[in-house]
Ligand binder design. Structure first.
Ligand code: GMT
Length: 376
């Protein structure tokens, strides 16, 4: 199939999922066209089946806001015609499903019919899309997609609860390429550079937005380091990073916390991590938790959104109520202070991650693509 993938090219989970999906589809012989405003961070253009088309938005002083949706839908029309693309797969409803719908309409006027699959990722429904200023447009573009998918059962339920959706929503979970995630432990996993033999390594990876509850990460770690030697690896960047650095200083633990910024090599950090913290306010899926588990790292998370579908209580980690820092710290310490338990949880985390292996999930997308193409 010839498929156009529209996504955010940044470090956010939806962009990562869209990119990894496109790469695997290309390996399976499909022709993939990424259409976005800059090259997706995880995109390697080394496969002849991968194309990348950049959307340019010319600056014009009259515009207070540059019209990205217009440029995107025009680019979609042009690329569909030029490359005879058969299907649009848009990731994140805002504004991609809206722009995709406009492209479909323009193409129809020119006698070209093309189906659109929309994948809902989370904040496009729970945080941003639900805002009254966007809600009518988001409902409209979901209802006018040919096929709608969500990355967890919980997100599907939230979508039906928050919007007036008449379409069926198919749940296709996020996935991980287990083999690609593995690195050469002896040459690439530099644990000794980061911590001493006796220190436990705790890691958090996110876009450092409010929804991730970054102060909770620091407070949980603060409790851990009171009872055992430990280090905290903070990976990612975003608006909450500066506050986090200040909080570490206030608590007197700055020397035990490393802020890495954004990284394309998270598996080289996860390989030596003992525990992963994800105390988010809400999380439709928690791709970062899955990435940690694929590296054999147990997870302490909140029990919100789709997280219980990924992190299994008492098996791959533990889940606590949002904001219950003391409970999360207690559970973290219970795993980290018992070497036998830690080994068991590490092995369980990997086992759960294997359920989400890309090879299990990819056929679900391929089947829906075929269904969408038949629909129009
Ligand atoms: O909040 C983020 O991590 C970014 C956001 C995005 O759209 O890039 O992530 C959402 O989509 C990810 C991929 O499907 C999910 O794993 C995240 O759980 C989800 N974030 C939230 O729901 C807060």
């Amino acid at each position: 199939m010839k498929i156009a993938i529209v996504c955010y090219p940044t470090f956010g989970g939806s962009g990562v999922v869209a990119t990894e999906l496109g790469l695997e589809l290309a390996r399976r012989g499909h022709e993939i066209h990424f259409i976005t405003y800059s090259q997706p961070v995880r995109l390697a253009l080394l496969n002849p089946n991968i194309h990348y088309h950049e959307v340019h938005v010319p600056e014009y002083p009259l515009f207070h806001y540059q019209p990205y949706e217009l440029a995107l839908s025009s680019k979609l029309v042009d690329m569909v015609k030029l490359y005879k693309i058969e299907l649009l797969h848009v990731h994140y409803a805002i504004p991609h499903a809206y722009a995709g719908y406009m492209a479909k309409k323009m193409l129809k006027e020119q006698g070209i019919k093309i189906p659109m699959v929309t994948t809902l990722h989370g904040t496009d429904i729970t945080l941003v899309g639900n805002h009254p200023f966007y809600k009518p447009a988001v409902s409209f573009s979901i209802n006018h997609s040919d096929i709608v998918t969500s990355v967890s059962q919980d997100l599907k339920e939230d979508t039906y609860r928050l919007f007036d959706i008449k379409k069926e929503i198919y749940v296709i979970p996020n996935f991980i390429e287990i083999d690609k995630n593995r690195i050469d432990e002896t040459s690439e996993c530099h644990r000794s550079l980061m911590a001493t033999e006796t220190q436990k390594i705790v890691t958090h990876i996110s876009n450092f937005r409010q929804v991730k509850r970054i102060p909770d990460v620091i407070k949980i770690f603060n409790e851990i380091q009171k009872v055992m030697p430990a280090k905290l690896m903070m990976v990612g960047d975003g608006p909450e990073k500066e506050g986090a650095e200040k909080l570490c200083e206030q608590l007197g633990i700055s020397d035990k916390v490393i802020f890495f910024g954004n990284s394309n090599e998270i598996n080289k950090i996860l390989c030596y991590s003992d525990l992963f913290l994800l105390p988010s306010e809400t999380e439709s899926f928690g791709l970062a938790a899955l990435e940690a588990m694929a590296s054999g790292v147990p997870v302490i998370s909140s029990n919100t959104g789709g997280l219980p579908e990924v992190n299994r209580e008492g098996y791959s980690g533990y889940l606590s109520d949002v904001g219950d820092v003391q409970d999360m710290a207690k559970k973290a310490i219970s795993i980290l202070s018992d070497d036998k338990k830690l080994l068991e949880f590490k092995s369980n985390a990997l086992k759960v991650a294997q359920e989400f292996d890309i090879q299990n999930v990819m056929p679900m997308y391929e089947e829906l693509y075929r269904k969408a193409i038949k629909m129009i």
